[in-house]
Each structure stands twice: as structure tokens, then as C-alpha cells.
Design a protein around this ligand. Structure first.
Ligand SMILES: Cc1cc2nc3c(=O)[nH]c(=O)nc-3n(C[C@H](O)[C@H](O)[C@H](O)COP(=O)(O)OP(=O)(O)OC[C@H]3O[C@@H](n4cnc5c(N)ncnc54)[C@H](O)[C@@H]3O)c2cc1C
Length: 473
């Protein structure tokens, strides 16, 4: 007999949803099953990504998954169609699962900024990611057949005596001793590898280890699950060399002070030169590309320069709300450059050149307005409005990693697949460990994806439990 029916590694959205849905599905079906949740963080700390997200959710008013704008990659990769259909079908049930366990959603119609979704709408949760995880785990704690093992780091997968099936894990206990835990089903929900400098360097190359994490909890995500699964033959999404970075205000004193909206102004490097088309994508996509470029080729320093027109438009909105300081401001571009530590003459020249290149037409921030530059490199494809109205504003920025893109290959049931796409018996995975999709990935779907596939894996593990024997008394 194995020690547990299900062992889940990781206590973020994916892991806590898996454990909870296992317990509740088993209970409803009148079956009994034991689950162990293994978490390398200590109880009371905020390990992982989930607890730090103030999540945007790509949901319409009926809690259906919003697709990205036309042409986004997820709908054109045929091997993923089944996976994404499952996510679409299951998203309303995931939202209900969240709400049934105490999560409160707020729906938001966006009137100021053009969103990356097919509708100008998204939802967010009242208490952020920490509250979602706390709700899930508090319900797990109500079940006596659940053990949450904090401060236990999974280090290896184990195989049955024939070497044919994953049958458990080895975990490193708080005192350093190893403990072997057997289970019918192992679900890996232990995130990406943002917190592992060696893996970052291996997959992303030089300087990757210098990329700061956007939230403290990410230091726990050291890629152990990806490594362990690859050791037993798991395939990957093939994108381990990509990270999602965000632009953070260098003056901020708290984690996750990301700022968006750079697509409405210009972004320059420490030589006051523009380096990328700021208007080629919508708000999240543009910000992501600029962040990646800031880290990769701009010495981790860039500056968002804009004017009164843009700042007035977004005053008080979520676009800049995560920073705890106002931008640097001046009535002249040269004065602003001085406050940002840039060369005034050079910044004046860059802004002057940009303003002169802005084409005709109206500026419309709620759609791709086609108002573009001509005759400059790099061009700006949309929202190319002259930076002309004082006061001028500037944010000094640097890039922080928020997640790694690559991960384990899984099917629509969360089964981990070999490189040849054969399911590895006994092994499942959900959440960030299963990767994201680089280049035009649909933003604001990660939380829903982690919770949905965690929920599916847990429920299916419960359905595999034997029925309770009839009492003969
Ligand atoms: C600041 C920030 C903002 C974000 N905003 C959004 C957003 O707006 N919308 C959206 O959809 N997504 C957002 N995301 C992404 C989203 O939060 C993550 O994709 C999601 O939380 C991943 O959940 P998870 O359960 O897979 O992983 P995590 O929450 O990272 O959980 C993994 C857990 O595994 C544990 N662990 C790791 N290794 C081991 C091991 N060897 N043994 C035991 N335990 C281990 C970790 O300690 C951690 O608790 C954001 C992420 C960040 C960091």
C-alpha cells in the first residue's frame, strides 16, 4: 500500500487546487483517499508566485476565458488546441470553484487603455493571490486525511520496482534527512526556475543570474520539478530559454512595482536612445518586450518618457498604481533628463526627432490607432503622439523576472508527456511548471490555467480511488 493516494508538490494555485479538489471529489463520491501536500517554504512565509500575484484574470462578464487579440499564438499551435479548449471549457467551473471557497471577483470594464484581450474587460480578485491560496489551504486543513508538509523540499521522483511507473517522491526534511513518500499519483505543481541562478544561466546564458526576481517567493522556485521529471523522461515545451520580465520602477521600495503603459510614450536607454518600437503591441505585450530588451541588451536600464496628455489620461488608474512614488517631472525635457541622470542634450534630440516623425491622425489609446512615425529607427507603429505638453514625466526602470516560459509537456488531463508525447505513468503536472507560451502568450491566463489543471488532476485522482467496501456489519 502506498503512503498516500496523491502526493502534490507545491502549494500555489495549482497545488492547493489539486489537493482540495481531490479531497472534495473523493468525499462527494463517498470514497476515502489520502493526500500529502509537500511545500519547501516554511508555514507562514509566502513561497512561490501565487501569493505575490495581484492577479488580472482574462475573464468576460460571464466568467468565460477571454482570448487574446486575433492572431495570438495559442490558437494556431495545433498540438495545443485540445489543451486550450479544455481550459476554455473549464474556466467558468474554476471561477465557481474559487467563489465557492470564498474568493470574491471584481469585474472591470477598461475605458482608458487598449487591452491585449478580445474585449475591453478583465476581472481581478479582492484579496490577491495570497487570499486565494489561503482560502484553498484552509479548506484542505478541514480534512483529516490531508497532510501539509511545510519546509519539505521534493528532490527526486521514485519509480516502482519494475522501473515502469512513478510511485512517489523523496523529500528533504527540515533537519536535512531524506524521507521517501510513496503515492499512486504524483502531481508536480512546484513552479518554474526563476530562483535558480544555475538553471537560468544554463538556459538563458550569461547575465541571466543577474535578473532580479519580482517577488521574494520566487526564490523557492528552483526548477526541481522540471529537473526531476526530465530525469524520468519528460519532454518540455522547448522554451526553457525564455523568461517573462516586467519593467519595475528602480526607486520603488516594495516588490512588484511594475509599471505599464510604455506603449503610450517612448522608452530610451542610458544613452537616451530609443531601442524598440513601443507601439507594436498592446499594453502587456509591449511592456514585456521592452522589459526583455532592457535586460538583454540595454544594461538593465531604461527610462519611460511621457507627457501631461498621457499622465492625465491614466491618473488614478491601475496602469501606474503599483508604484509608490510619482514619476520624476519637469517643465522641460532637459530638466527631466537631469532628474533621471540622463544627458539633457541627447534626450532633447531624441524627443525632438521622435516628435518630428509622428504622423497625422488622432491619438486613440483604446485601440491600435495606426498613428505611426515615419523616417526614424526604430519606428513607433501606434500611439505615436508628440511628447509636447508639459509637465514631462519620466520613470527610471529595470527588468525583473516574473516567470520562466519553458516547462513540462502535458496533455489536456495534466498527464506529463515524454518527448515522444507518451504519458508517463503516475506523473502529472499543473501550473507554471508546465510552461507558458513565449511571444504573444495570452496574458492573465496563468492563474486560471494553474487552478484549472490543478483542479482537473485532483478530481481525476479521486475518481481513480476504489469504492469503499460495503460494511458487512
Ligand atoms: C508578481 C507576479 C504577478 C503576476 N500577475 C499575474 C496576473 O496578473 N495574472 C496571471 O494570470 N498570472 C500572473 N502571474 C503568474 C501567476 O501568478 C503564476 O503563473 C502562478 O501563480 C503559478 O502558480 P503555481 O501554483 O504553478 O506556482 P507557484 O505559486 O510558484 O507555487 C509553486 C510552489 O512550489 C514550491 N516548491 C518549489 N520547488 C519545490 C520543491 N522542490 N519541493 C516542494 N515545494 C516546492 C514553491 O515554494 C511554491 O510554493 C504573476 C506572477 C507574479 C510573480
Amino acid at each position: 500500500m502506498p503512503d498516500y493516494d496523491l502526493v502534490v508538490v507545491g502549494s500555489g494555485f495549482a497545488g492547493s487546487a489539486a489537493a482540495l479538489s481531490f479531497l472534495e471529489t473523493a468525499e462527494k463520491a463517498g470514497r476515502s483517499g489520502r493526500v500529502a501536500l509537500i511545500e519547501s517554504g516554511k508555514n507562514g512565509t509566502w513561497p512561490g508566485a501565487s501569493r505575490w500575484a495581484k492577479p488580472f484574470l482574462a475573464l468576460d462578464r460571464d466568467n468565460k476565458l477571454l482570448r487574446g487579440r486575433a492572431g495570438r499564438v495559442e490558437w494556431s499551435l495545433s498540438s495545443l488546441v485540445e489543451y486550450w479548449r479544455r481550459l476554455e471549457d473549464e474556466t467558468p467551473n474554476t471561477v465557481k470553484f474559487m467563489e465557492d471557497h470564498g474568493v470574491k471577483l471584481i469585474h472591470h470594464d477598461e475605458e482608458d487603455a487598449a487591452l491585449d484581450f478580445e474585449e475591453q474587460h478583465f476581472a481581478y480578485t479582492v484579496g490577491g493571490g495570497k487570499e486565494i491560496v489561503d482560502f484553498f489551504l484552509s479548506h484542505v486543513a478541514n480534512h483529516e486525511n490531508a497532510d501539509v508538509l511545510w519546509d519539505h523540499e521534493a528532490v527526486n521522483l521514485t519509480l516502482d520496482k519494475n522501473g515502469e511507473r512513478v510511485n512517489g517522491i523523496v523529500a528533504c526534511k527540515p533537519d536535512g534527512a531524506l524521507r521517501s513518500i510513496t503515492a499512486d499519483t504524483v502531481a508536480l505543481a512546484c513552479g518554474g526556475f526563476e530562483g535558480n541562478p544555475e538553471m537560468l544561466t544554463q538556459y538563458l546564458g550569461e547575465d541571466a543570474a543577474d535578473l532580479p526576481v519580482i517577488a521574494r517567493g520566487l526564490r523557492y522556485n528552483r526548477g526541481a520539478g522540471i529537473r526531476m521529471a526530465m530525469e524520468v523522461g519528460a519532454g518540455t515545451t522547448g522554451q526553457l530559454g525564455m523568461v517573462h520580465a516586467e519593467l519595475v520602477d528602480t526607486r520603488a521600495e516594495r516588490y512588484h512595482s511594475a509599471i505599464w503603459g510604455q506603449n503610450y510614450g517612448i522608452v530610451v536607454n542610458e544613452d537616451s536612445e530609443r531601442f524598440r518600437d513601443e507601439g507594436e503591441d498592446y499594453i502587456f505585450g509591449a511592456s514585456e518586450s521592452l522589459a526583455y530588451e532592457t535586460w538583454r541588451r540595454q544594461n538593465q536600464k531604461s527610462y519611460f518618457i511621457t507627457d501631461k496628455t498621457v499622465m492625465d489620461r491614466f491618473e488614478g488608474s491601475w496602469v501606474y498604481e503599483t508604484i509608490n512614488q510619482p514619476p520624476e517631472q519637469s517643465d522641460t525635457i532637459g530638466g527631466l533628463a537631469g532628474k533621471l541622470g540622463l544627458d539633457p542634450a541627447r534626450l532633447e534630440a531624441t524627443v525632438g526627432e521622435f516628435n518630428a516623425a509622428c504622423g497625422p491622425g488622432g491619438w486613440d489609446p483604446v485601440k491600435m490607432d495606426g498613428k505611426k512615425t515615419s523616417g526614424i529607427t526604430p519606428p513607433k507603429s501606434n500611439w505615436a503622439n508628440p511628447i509636447a505638453e508639459a509637465p514631462f514625466s519620466g520613470f527610471p526602470m529595470t527588468a525583473h523576472v516574473s516567470f520562466t516560459f519553458g516547462g513540462l509537456k502535458v496533455d489536456a488531463d495534466g498527464r506529463v508527456l515524454s518527448a515522444n508525447e507518451a504519458p508517463i505513468p503516475g506523473l502529472f503536472a499543473a501550473g507554471e511548471i508546465t510552461g507558458h507560451f513565449h511571444h504573444k502568450h495570452p496574458p492573465a491566463t496563468s492563474v486560471l490555467r494553474a487552478s484549472t489543471f490543478g483542479r482537473i488532476i485532483g478530481a481525476n485522482a479521486a475518481k481513480r480511488l476504489p469504492e469503499k467496501a460495503e460494511s458487512t456489519v
